[in-house]
Design a protein around this ligand. Sequence first.
Ligand SMILES: NC(=O)c1ccc[n+]([C@@H]2O[C@H](COP(=O)([O-])OP(=O)(O)OC[C@H]3O[C@@H](n4cnc5c(N)ncnc54)[C@H](O)[C@@H]3O)[C@@H](O)[C@H]2O)c1
Length: 380
Amino acid sequence: MRLHWTDSLTGAVGYLVVHTMRAGLATGGTRMRAGCTLGEVEDLARGMANKTATFDLPVGGAKGGIDFDPKDPRAVEVLERFCEAMRPWLDSHWVTAEDLGVPQHLIDEVFEKLGLGQSYHAAISRAADPAATLERVRAGLNAAVEGGFLLGDVIGGYGVAHACLAAAVWWGQAPAEATVAIQGVGTMGGAAAYYLHEAGMKVTTVADAAGTLYCPDGLDVPALLDLRDSYGEVDRTRLPADVQQLPRAAILSSDVDILVPAAISYAITPDNSFDVRARIVVEAANAATTPEAEAMLAARGIPVIPDFVANAGAVAWAWWLLLGEVDDIPENSFDRLRTIMHSKVEQLLAAWAEAGVTPRDTGHLWADDPSPVAGPVAIP
Ligand SMILES: NC(=O)c1ccc[n+]([C@@H]2O[C@H](COP(=O)([O-])OP(=O)(O)OC[C@H]3O[C@@H](n4cnc5c(N)ncnc54)[C@H](O)[C@@H]3O)[C@@H](O)[C@H]2O)c1
């Protein structure tokens, strides 16, 4: 199902695409980006359906997208009017969340203003005691974790980091011997960088919308993340002396073991796929690699761990939280996600090495065979 929306005040255009409903629910974040297209939102909604099926979540896939610059001073009002227009869906069927250009705290503020509590409203409202469920969900999202972050903000990036670490384990490489480059240091890329650095991996290169930052000995990730603004851009005036500034596109040709696109969709295309020198691509961003580019990478022996596995920790965890399967004790969430991510990535890489099946094709076999959902989902 595709809904088109036009903002009467700014002319901004927005879309809701519902790819699959399960037990009357579909889930997927809302992105805001100048140039966002219906085709992009369709791809993302399909990706969400693959994620929820791969992780056996009792919910289908959807996505919202608004073609508007998130840095425009009118951006919050546009998001508010979009959510108001989508209210029938947000009230009953569509569980949304943060995405590119829309942080979780912002979408939650908009929901609160609209009297919908929090962005998981459509699921929370099905609970026997919605107020208690809202409190429980908020406690999980806002649980403090090391580094001064909130659990809900870092869990997706933690999953990406462990997809990378699982790949290194699979090759028999110690984290300290492996190098990684990350395109995007916002919610996903920033958290992935933090946990990879914490695990001892050398994050030599990161990029944000303003360019690429490089330090051959490994970047001081926590210090760099402290220099970010609310759009995930690093303040260049306060960079440590050993950090080199390179053009934005340089991130893709980084000489590293692992490349993590964690920003825009369609980052790796046939035009630049030959620039990629990494041994593996781990997709933190949704639809980061076009199908043609992925085929070109595969032909060069470079596997891509697909978005619907690598970054699905974010949505899987949100549903574990809603279903009461994890709580506000961060270790419980980290342990569960780490175990599942390592197991999935090992299986994907085994099928790649042993039978030449791409990780995406193996992932699709899982996504095409989800467990049936019997009756309405019980939200405690
Ligand atoms: N936030 C989530 O929970 C979540 C979950 C799953 C997947 N994703 C996907 O991860 C990706 C990033 O989302 P996010 O929430 O981290 O976004 P964000 O807005 O928090 O951060 C985006 C980052 O990318 C950088 N960036 C933007 N354009 C760039 C470009 N052309 N080149 C290099 N860097 C660029 C920005 O400067 C920023 O550092 C998106 O594809 C999103 O769909 C996000």
